[in-house]
Ligand binder design. Structure first.
Ligand code: SAH
Length: 204
């Protein structure tokens, strides 16, 4: 078994990840396209890796836990805050209809666009902007994911979430944040659940 298959089997045998569409997307997308050549030997080590500009590509298990909480399907229009390498949104985009991803560091906007092209993903728009404002032009979104730790979920993101939509975000201090899942019901009421502790770079 290679390192990628080992990860897959770890998730399936522990039942940590059971969303089949997501497991298939993980096998389909090559993380190799989203990391720097110098880290290729660690491509499927279950850890974050540097992507430049003091940012990181998230640990594979964290990516999968967050995307599973989003309950992705092919009708979804997704908004991601924090494109980074583009890996997380690449996996999501291979399931959903269309994804928008906002990144505030211009170098990473260019990097992620190049990575997504390498991976032949053509349903993602990367936007060079501050994700704390969301992305109004394409709103509302049926799913929103924030991949950096916010002290509080920006209220505009909740406004840009459609009824029956799901938002997933790490909330708290970067080194110690809680994974929060928000469900907005058909009456626009917010329901919040928490899903363990994680470490993330900060939302700035
Ligand atoms: N999802 C990424 C990893 C994210 S690391 C991947 O799959 O590789 C978090 C990213 O959030 C970093 O690239 C950082 O620059 C970005 N970020 C932080 N604050 C932001 C903000 N206010 N708006 C947009 N992006 C932000």
């Amino acid at each position: 078994m290679n390192a990628k298959e080992q990860l897959y089997h770890k998730w399936v045998s522990s039942n940590l990840i059971h969303d089949e569409k997501l497991l298939n997307a993980f096998m389909k997308i090559k993380r190799e396209h989203f990391i720097d050549a110098e880290y290729l030997d660690h491509c499927y080590a279950d850890k974050p890796l540097p992507i430049g500009m003091q940012q990181t590509i998230s640990q594979p298990t964290t990516v999968m836990i967050m995307l599973q909480l989003l309950e992705l399907n092919k009708e979804d229009k997704l908004l991601e805050i924090g494109t980074g390498s583009g890996y997380n949104v690449a996996i999501a985009a291979s399931i959903v209809k269309k994804a928008y991803s906002v990144e505030r560091i211009t170098q990473l906007v260019h990097l992620s666009r190049a990575n997504l092209k390498l991976a032949t993903i053509d349903n993602v728009e990367v936007i060079d902007s501050d994700g704390k404002k969301g992305y109004l032009p394409a709103s509302p979104y049926s799913k929103i994911i924030v991949t950096a730790a916010a002290e509080e979920i920006p209220a505009v993101l909740l406004d840009q979430l459609s009824a029956n939509g799901i938002l997933v975000s790490p909330v708290g201090l970067p080194g110690n944040c809680t994974m929060v899942k928000i469900y907005k019901d058909c009456y626009q009421q917010i329901h919040k659940t928490t899903h363990g502790f994680f470490s993330f770079v900060p939302l700035r």
